[in-house]
Write a protein that binds this ligand. Structure first.
Ligand code: ZN
Length: 184
């Protein structure tokens, strides 16, 4: 565990430690220190990470809860166009007083470092298959061209009367029993 009491995501809880019931609220905006995320979309380095955080003093430590807002960039998983979309996630974690044996997060000299907590919350919320819009028709699997609503794979089925004709023309004629015999 990193031991540090300064950094862009570090907040002091000095005035509420060991005072269960006390609470402080913070709002801060921090540029992302790195690219966050490994998928098709990610939070690019330098993007604003907006935090609203509540620190509550409890018996075991400081309970941290809040929301994080940012914007992820990448490309649509269907049509490959560049996309940039907002993301908002809630998080909550207990920062235990030093000495606890099960702590994932610990207070460091009465400070909480939210970076790992916030980064993990936001990265886990990034869409695995991002889309530019929910009904993006994507690319034509044959030509690779961008499909329009009219040409999309979800286009209205053609008139059933014509559908019957289409089946007729697309189905190769089955060899008849007579032909099979002649070929022998
Ligand atoms: Zn798209």
């Amino acid at each position: 565990m990193k031991n540090r009491t300064d950094g862009p995501f570090v907040l002091s809880a000095h005035d509420i430690v060991r005072h269960p019931g006390e609470m402080r609220e913070h709002a801060l905006t921090v540029p992302a220190p790195d690219r966050w995320g490994e998928g098709i979309v990610a939070i690019e380095k330098g993007r604003d990470i907006e935090l609203e955080v509540r620190l509550e003093s409890v018996h075991e430590g400081i309970l941290v809860s809040g929301t994080v807002d940012s914007v992820f960039d990448g490309e649509c998983s269907r049509c490959l166009r560049a996309i940039s979309q907002p993301v908002e996630v809630e998080f909550q974690e207990l920062f235990e007083y030093p000495g606890g044996e099960t702590a994932d997060f610990e207070l460091q000299d009465d400070h909480v470092d939210l970076e790992t907590l916030v980064r993990d919350a936001i990265v886990l919320s990034l869409p695995f298959q991002p889309v530019c819009r929910p009904d993006c028709p994507g690319l034509d699997p044959v030509t690779g061209e961008l499909l329009t609503e009219e040409s999309g794979v979800n286009a209205e089925p053609i008139d059933s009367r014509w559908a019957a004709l289409q089946n007729f023309t697309e189905t190769p004629p089955a060899p008849s029993a007579a032909q099979t015999r002649e070929e022998k």
